[in-house]
Design a protein around this ligand. Structure first.
Ligand code: ZN
Length: 137
């Protein structure tokens, strides 16, 4: 079961260029930065109540996010749902016929477990499952 939206992942070409816009838009300062080497991204996050907005910048042209930006440009990249038990949810959804991107679950930022449901299985939306241990990407 999904409990709440953990964060929105927003693809940007450059954190340095996008952060001022989101500081203005959200009326607050960025809460921190993180590198998630496993996903090839640098993250800047803003806290919005229980949820966060995460700006994602590709670390290199090898990053899957780089390819996504080439194809679709900047914008909403994924929606992350907070679940209590990522492996259990992955098993439940796999049994229901949904497919995942890459290895699922896998370690995300901040010691949490994450899994990405393929957009073809989720109404065209890349959905991340996270245990919400304040990581992700
Ligand atoms: Zn994420």
């Amino acid at each position: 079961m999904a409990n709440r939206i953990d964060h929105l992942g927003i693809a940007v070409r450059s954190l340095a260029e996008a952060e001022p816009l989101f500081r203005t838009l959200l009326g607050q300062e960025c809460m921190g930065h993180e590198e998630v080497a496993s996903e090839g991204v640098r993250v800047a996050f803003f806290q919005l109540g229980e949820a966060r907005v995460e700006l994602l910048e590709p670390m290199s042209s090898e990053s899957p996010l780089h390819k996504s930006l080439e194809k679709r440009g900047p914008g909403i990249h994924h929606v992350a749902l907070q679940v209590d038990d990522v492996p259990a949810e992955v098993a439940r959804l796999k049994a229901a016929g949904l497919t995942f991107v890459g290895e699922a679950p896998r370690p995300g930022a901040g010691g949490c477990q994450v899994a990405f449901i393929h957009p073809k299985s989720a109404g065209g939306i890349l959905v991340e499952l996270s245990d919400g241990a304040h990581g992700g990407a």
